[in-house]
Design a binder for this molecule. Structure first.
Ligand code: TYD
Ligand code: MG
Length: 473
């Protein structure tokens, strides 16, 4: 028998090297290469079974153009993030920190599909059948079409999928399943990649959508295998702070829809509950008249979302002032602080600055810049921004305020929740055609520099804004 060949695979990025190296050339991390035995070559029979699909090329014009019917997940927030429901034959990775609610979410989806669509196979390598049963009891997910399988060997799982022909299959989690013909440990890059490839093949040939759960490491990577992200069709992340009840589902990759949509849930006694009006929810605990709190309307996919940016600026006791960013990009924050220092004359080098987006939400787009900047200024000067004001704008390096996309949609959402004052980039008003259609009664303040924005936001304090006419609902 030929000697089994070994190779060294990076546990972080999947880079393969013929010999051991201290530093991975792929991702430049140290000590991430681990020895693995290559799968025994078995020709084409390495795939666990062969069924269906002929490999003939077809003329593109002959391909049926009608959209494939999608399967409803039973939670409209999930359907939206997926781009309109579950696509038959798709492989979806659901990532997230341990304990965030991935198993809960997938069991809820399984219940719905089992109730309306037919058999569902829930493969649980993480928990015993009894534990899954207890959870299903709690979630009211006992359905005769829901099958649980405490199996970790992929050959068995594949056989069960072929036998049962389920409408949906869940693998919880990819780190616990293994292929016996791959000689590395479950959870290693080699195993995870081979298992995912086999699941992909099963999904495609049988037309069964397969959801796989993957845990995320502290640094935010999917544990071990980033390679997984390249194999699957869709990558969803379930995020949130463990001790808060909001959970946000977002797509990081989606071959069947946009990646901007988010779904918002509350973790409650009986599982995840959809939040119909996330803006209202995110602003629910907002303090009144507090310095350092600013509301921004960010556009997540097709839906505008109001979130609160909070800043705390305090004299530092450290040799180098501390900066902390939660929900906004750290480097972006450092850059905005530099702009404030240089262009608006704020002395921040002797102050620590902490910036946080409340409710576990996140602002990814530049339109949130001006809100961060005014929140920092508001905290530094200890002067609140008017309670019913929304601040929007991208900030450039010279301190200029740049136009944002789809302003009217953002204003509309904010107006619905009773906001009356809007600090917006002057550039937007110049090019806006639809200004006349705006809801009446909105006070719009156009600004073109950071300095102007701060001056206006901090001079209209809470009481002044009240006097100028906002009414509590
Ligand atoms: P779980 O789905 O097991 O997380 P993951 O699969 O991502 O590791 O969720 C675990 C947490 O959710 C646990 O702390 C308990 C909580 N939980 C609820 O609050 N309500 C519920 O109905 C359920 C099932 C779980
Ligand atoms: Mg779990």
């Amino acid at each position: 028998m030929p000697k089994a060949k070994t190779r060294f695979v990076c546990q972080n990025c999947g880079y393969e090297a013929p010999r051991w190296m201290g530093r991975c050339p792929g991702c430049e991390q140290w000590n991430t290469l681990v020895e693995e035995v290559e799968p025994r070559p078995q020709g084409r029979s390495t795939s666990l079974s062969r069924s269906g699909a002929t490999g003939e090329p077809v003329a593109i014009a002959a391909v049926e153009a009608a959209a494939e019917p999608r399967l409803a997940a039973g939670l409209s927030e999930v359907d939206r993030v997926l781009g309109g429901g579950i696509v038959p034959g798709s492989l979806v990775l659901v990532g997230g920190d341990p304990g965030i609610g991935k198993s809960t979410l997938l069991l809820q989806i399984s219940r719905h599909v089992a109730a309306v669509g037919g058999p569902v196979l829930y493969v649980s390598g993480e928990e015993s059948v009894r534990q899954v049963r207890l959870r299903a009891d709690r979630l009211g997910a006992l359905d005769e079409h829901l099958y649980v399988m405490p199996e970790t060997e992929l050959e068995q799982v594949a056989a069960a999928i072929e036998r049962l022909q389920p409408k949906l299959c869940v693998i919880d989690s990819i780190q616990t399943v293994y292929r016996s013909d791959v000689q590395s440990a479950p959870g290693s890059v080699g195993q995870v990649r081979e298992c995912a490839a086999e699941l992909m093949r099963l999904a495609k040939t049988l037309g069964v959508p397969i959801f796989i759960v993957g845990h995320v490491t502290k640094s935010g990577d999917l544990a071990g295998p980033r390679v997984l992200e390249h194999i699957v069709d869709t990558v969803l992340y379930l995020e949130g702070e463990r001790h808060q009840s909001y959970r946000i589902l977002r797509a990081a990759k989606n071959r069947f829809g946009s990646t901007n949509e988010i779904g918002v849930f509350l973790m409650e006694e009986n599982g995840l509950v959809e939040v119909d009006n996330p803006s209202e929810a995110f602003l629910a605990e907002r303090p009144t008249g507090a310095a350092g709190s600013v509301v921004v309307c960010s556009l997540e996919g097709t839906r505008p979302l109001l979130v609160e940016v909070q800043a705390l600026v305090a004299a530092t006791t450290f040799p180098a002032p501390r900066r902390m960013a939660t929900g906004v990009d750290y480097n972006r924050l450092v850059l905005l602080l530099a702009v404030l220092e240089k262009r608006a004359g704020l002395n921040l080098s002797a102050h620590d600055a902490y910036v946080k987006v409340s409710g576990g939400a996140r602002i990814d787009e530049p339109a949130g810049d001006l809100a961060v900047v005014t929140a920092v200024a508001s905290s530094l000067r200890d002067a609140p921004v008017p309670e019913r004001m929304v601040i929007l704008g991208e900030v450039g390096l010279t301190g200029e305020v740049r136009a944002v996309s789809r302003l009217d949609e953002r204003l509309g959402e904010a107006a619905k929740l009773g906001f009356t004052d809007f600090l917006v980039p002057a550039g937007n008003l110049r090019r806006s055609r639809t200004a006349r259609e705006r809801p009446p009664g909105l006070r719009i303040h156009a600004v073109s520099t950071v300095e102007q924005a701060i001056a206006i936001a901090l001079s209209l304090n809470g009481r002044a804004a009240a006097a100028a006419g906002w009414q509590p609902d």
